[in-house]
Design a protein around this ligand. Sequence first.
Ligand code: PEP
Ligand code: MG
Length: 324
Amino acid sequence: KKQEWAKLKDESTVSSDGEHVELAANIGTPDDVAGVLENGGEGIGLYRTEFLYMGKNQLPTEEEQFDAYSSVLKQMGDKPVVVRTLDIGGDKELDYLDLPDEMNPFLGFRAIRLCLERDDIFRTQLRALLRAGVYGNLKIMFPMIATLEEFRQAKAILTEEKEKLINEGTDVADQFEVGIMVEIPATAVLAKQFAKEVDFFSIGTNDLIQYTMAADRMNERVSYLYQPYSPAILNLVSNVIEAAHAEGKWAGMCGEMAGDEIAIPILLGLGLDEFSMSASSILPARTQLLELSKEEMKSYKEELLSMGTSEDVVAFVKEKANLA
Ligand code: PEP
Ligand code: MG
């Protein structure tokens, strides 16, 4: 099997009826890029920048960040690199920020919420990104967006920093897409409105599932509720993809679900454009996608979206997509 996969390393990902989808990888550091290229990644769909901030006792400087971001962009050449701005909080703490304890950290002061309040931290990161963007195909993505106002504020800060850099005579990326993670149900529901303003969506199912089902993704006692195939999740995902396409935008997914063999046929049929996963899942996913007909999977869409349980979804997909 490994040998079969290896042959597909430089192939693009095309369904049996000729439809291309992009298979990208999730990374945490510049050192991960080599593995992405070895596994035939067509891009980086999620660069989790928080690792630059963790395991140390102070914030990373603009230069440190510039080095990391430009290294990833250079290694990827003209392939797209979606960099997610700082997503700290929740389960990821930074001791040196000395934030007060919270009753519900996953529902608390994290990610874009923190960045909009501590905009000194945010601006430093955006400057590093704008400068690094000169070296490759950068896309910037904001995490944990719950409202349009948050997106507008974040984008306004980005524009301000870009103008400052230009006025200082610094080279910055001039054309790049700015998108959001869809990992909060409110945002998935309101995708139509968001799609008019963002350049792309990337669905973060790890959080979207926990928030939709109200089940902590780290708590084993409620892990039975962590259901990627729940029709509730599929309806949200479908809504996001349809909203993106209606505005001529693209929709990807960077949660674990994107690399899952039962989810892949469903997502293909729902029209997902980009699947971002751990590097080791790319070649198995490509192998699977080459055998699937997008048109056929699309013909099951309405039936899947009207099902009542995850179990029904799984049984149906296993049969239709020839999974044991
Ligand atoms: C997600 O929530 O699905 C996601 C990709 O982000 P993280 O796992 O880093 O929260
Ligand atoms: Mg998340």
